[in-house]
Design a protein around this ligand. Structure first.
Ligand SMILES: [Zn+2]
Length: 81
């Protein structure tokens, strides 16, 4: 099944992080995980490290699978995949 595009997900991502999740589940239970784009080469980078305060995630570090760059990202630059 084709999943819809990546836009309009900032609010969902924010809610997920506040409740200690690194994914958003759709109605079918399909989990779409949080990614951000590598600042060097634009590849999709998954979460590599995270800090929490209580259950909420306060800081995410992404790591590019291609060039190995570790970077932080504002929520508005994150997307679900
Ligand atoms: Zn990269």
């Amino acid at each position: 099944m084709v999943k819809p595009s990546r836009k309009g997900s900032s609010a969902e991502i924010k809610r997920a992080l506040e409740s200690g999740r690194l994914f958003v589940a759709d109605h079918d239970g399909y989990r779409r995980f949080i990614y951000s784009r590598c600042p060097n080469d634009g590849n999709d980078a998954p979460v590599y490290r995270q800090d929490r305060s209580g259950q909420a995630y306060t800081r995410l570090v992404f790591r590019c699978p291609i060039c190995g760059t570790e970077f932080e990202s504002p929520v508005k630059s994150m997307f679900l995949r």
